[in-house]
Design a protein around this ligand. Structure first.
Ligand code: ACO
Length: 368
């Protein structure tokens, strides 16, 4: 029997910071209002030319280095994202090529901010079934490109970033213990980017009327979120045979400090049991949970054997919670130099493009 262990983790955020004071100059808002209603002080915004696959690649390489795993040993890359680079190809394929995961299947998973939890569970299930041994799960976002910077209801909330986990099979008990994944499409209209899909393809009118931006009923989403966070945590704990008291840390989706506080109240736990970094990054959607996990590890808050809960909610509506026993890297005989594989990956990618180009000429589809 195989268990799916979290053996590597990594994060990447853009260097540019957008503070509440910056936002005061852009829309009718105040630092005080944003702090009180959300807990957010600043967020990171991708610079021009910085895209989700760039952030994802940085986070993925860190995670692989921590796990001491070669990209060539990966069999699956899942990219949970609400702001993919394209409708297709999948952002996961762009990352797969850049890191040189040449034996991996790759796909994007769309479940909004719950996406990372969904993706970890999909990877864990594949590992537990014996279908594969090594998987990379990424949450990556450039939500700032879908934000209407004139809409004070939404532009104060979101930020950019990426986080990644490596999951690996081991016969040692532990790793991902349980998960509950839920959805309620009757709330689809509460949080959406209405246009750009096949229902409302891009048109001059869709651009003019701002239909490519995030539209949100903040109050309704808030009410939904405060209801499901505690509830799904309890369900996931029950499925794992754990009690709330057994939990060392809860790593919630970082959307709003007040939502995390409500979850703490609902579970009758002190807020100190929750990892909170929403003040520095805002809501980075699928990236928020793995970024928070990375920072918890950096601050020495997580040790092997600790029981943790990841819990989140998002558009769809979707929500979910996952329990895990924290592991850390599996024992290894030699040190893998992940950066070395990246050079190899670049050369391989270039070679494949070149071969395709030459074949195009030989078959007469390209003019010299
Ligand atoms: N600055 C100043 N005033 C504002 C701002 C702002 N940035 N935004 C809204 N207001 C005003 C409103 O217009 C409203 O004024 P009114 O009473 O005259 O109409 C007043 O402040 C109160 O607005 P509410 O919406 O009731 O404020 P609330 O306390 O609910 O906070 C917020 C709004 C922060 C959006 C909150 O509802 C929230 O966090 N909701 C959840 C959002 C969320 O988590 N979304 C992401 C989900 S994850 C994903 O899938 C992407």
């Amino acid at each position: 029997m195989f268990y799916a262990h979290i053996t590597g983790w990594g994060m990447a955020v853009p260097a540019t910071t957008l503070t509440n004071a910056d936002l005061e100059k852009m829309v009718e808002t105040s630092d005080e209002w944003i702090r009180e209603r959300t807990g957010i002080l600043e967020r990171r915004i991708a610079r021009e030319g910085e895209y989700p696959a760039d952030l994802a690649t940085r986070a993925a390489l860190q995670a692989l280095q921590v796990a001491n795993l070669s990209p060539a040993d990966l069999e699956l890359v899942i990219c949970a994202t609400s702001s993919p680079e394209h409708l297709f190809p999948a952002t996961a394929c762009l990352v797969q090529d850049r890191i040189g995961a040449n034996k991996a299947g790759a796909f994007d998973l769309s479940a909004a901010c719950s996406g990372f939890i969904y993706a970890v569970q999909m990877a864990a299930q594949s590992i537990r079934s014996g279908a594969l041994r090594n998987a990379l799960v990424i949450g990556t976002e450039n939500l700032s490109r879908f934000v209407d910077w004139n809409d004070r209801n939404t532009c104060i909330l979101f930020g950019d970033g990426a986080g990644a986990f490596v999951l690996q099979a081991s016969e040692r008990p532990g790793g991902v213990l349980s998960a509950v994944l839920r959805s309620d499409g009757s709330g689809a209209d509460l949080l959406s980017v209405p246009a750009g899909g096949s229902r409302f393809p891009a048109s001059a009118e869709s651009v003019r009327s701002g239909q490519h931006f995030i539209h949100m009923d903040g109050r309704e989403v808030f009410r939904f979120a405060t209801r499901v966070m505690a509830q799904s945590t309890r369900e996931a704990l029950q499925a794992a045979g754990l009690r709330v008291e057994d939990v060392h840390l809860i790593i919630p989706h970082q959307a709003n400090y007040r939502i995390i506080e409500a979850a703490a109240r609902g579970l009758k736990l002190p807020i100190e049991k929750f990892v909170v970094n929403v003040q520095r990054y805002g809501n980075t959607s699928t990236a928020s949970i793995p970024i928070a996990v990375c920072e918890a590890v950096q601050q020495g808050q997580l040790q092997a054997g600790d029981k943790i809960v990841l819990v989140g909610f998002g558009a769809g509506l979707t929500w979910g919670a996952l329990t895990a026993e924290w592991t850390g890297p599996l024992p290894a005989e030699r040190r893998v130099n992940v950066r070395g594989f990246v050079w190899l990956a670049r050369l391989r990618s270039l070679y494949r493009r070149l071969v395709r180009f030459i074949e195009g000429i030989l078959w007469g589809r390209r003019e010299v």
